[in-house]
Ligand binder design. Structure first.
Ligand code: THU
Length: 300
């Protein structure tokens, strides 16, 4: 299974967008269970252009955020996953099947990102997923069809690591977790909120012990909760403390590196202080399954 988005930019291209949107597209196909190789023409354009396309092909004389023109005729009752063979009629000489066209208005995407309080990246990812599910026969005319489409979009975005959780919300959750800190020895309360690729958030606090050495930090509490629930992929962690900056300790950096060497790390303390880094910056040349253990794990 693979999908390729072929981009046409009528507006100045956005750095990194093609790669990110191709990842989202892969997850949409995986969620629908498509096995054939497919491609989509993805045109990123302006308001005037999308209005013209809307007028010409749909007889609707106004700008919109996204338009989708499927190559095959599927329905909400029987989406593409259930009749994938239809795609074979759309094969090109390389064996790749044409799924259809998607057109996104970049100015509209920008406005909507602002309106919903999330990044342009998240909005473009959402519009891409929305369009791809339309190309696979999904619709939102009836309430139950709309729900199905929304849940497919959420699954794909979650798996692509495009979560709906904002950094502010993640910090809020770390602060909530901090309230449960068991720290009668240091009196240093810490809370952590670990965001998984699938959109789940795992919270943890520091748990001290009379033997001191048995203490568990907030970050590892959150991490171990997640891993012991079967979740191993993460995109960000927020760590909160009361008065001073709670950069993770060396042991936590190492523990996090095992599962998420590319993790974003956000620390929050005091009234409104916040800083952001990456695990790669905090643990340069880290030892882990993707680096130091290669010979033992039998990887190249
Ligand atoms: N602590 C954490 O929970 N996370 C860190 O990264 C730094 C330290 C906790 C452990 C202990 O309960 C207290 O803070 C003081 O070291």
């Amino acid at each position: 299974m693979s999908i390729r988005l072929e981009f046409i930019w009528d507006v100045p291209p956005i750095d990194g967008a093609e790669k990110m949107l191709n990842q989202v597209a892969q997850e949409c196909m995986a969620a629908e269970g498509i096995t054939l190789p497919v491609y989509v023409q993805a045109r990123i354009t302006g308001d005037e252009e999308i209005r013209e396309i809307n007028r010409e092909y749909r007889n609707v004389d106004r700008a919109t955020d996204v338009l989708s023109f499927p190559s095959t005729n599927c329905r909400p009752e029987k989406t593409l996953g259930a009749c994938e063979k239809k795609l074979l009629q759309e094969r090109d000489e390389t064996g790749c099947c044409f799924l259809g066209d998607m057109i996104i208005s970049l100015p509209r995407a920008r406005e909507q990102a602002q309106e919903y309080g999330h990044s342009l990246q998240r909005e473009l990812a959402y519009l891409t997923a929305h369009s791809l599910f339309h190309l696979m026969g999904y619709d939102h005319m009836q309430e139950k069809d709309k729900e199905r489409m929304r849940s497919m979009e959420e699954i794909a975005l979650g798996r692509a690591g495009i979560s709906r959780v904002t950094d502010d919300e993640l910090i809020e959750m770390a602060k909530e977790a901090m309230q449960f800190s068991y720290s009668p020895y240091s009196h240093y309360k810490v809370g952590a909120a670990l965001l998984a690729k699938n959109g789940q958030v795992f919270k943890g606090c520091n748990i001290e012990n009379a033997s001191y050495g048995a203490t568990n930090c907030a970050e590892r509490t959150a991490l171990f909760k997640a891993v012991s629930e079967g979740v191993r992929e993460f995109t960000a962690i927020a760590i909160a403390a009361e008065k001073s900056v709670p950069w993770p300790c060396g042991i936590c950096r190492q523990a996090l590196n095992e599962f998420a060497p590319e993790l974003r790390v956000i620390v929050a303390w005091g009234e409104n202080s916040r800083e952001e880094s990456t695990l790669q910056q905090l643990l340069p040349h880290g030892f882990g399954p993707a680096t130091g253990m290669l010979d033992i794990l039998g990887k190249e």
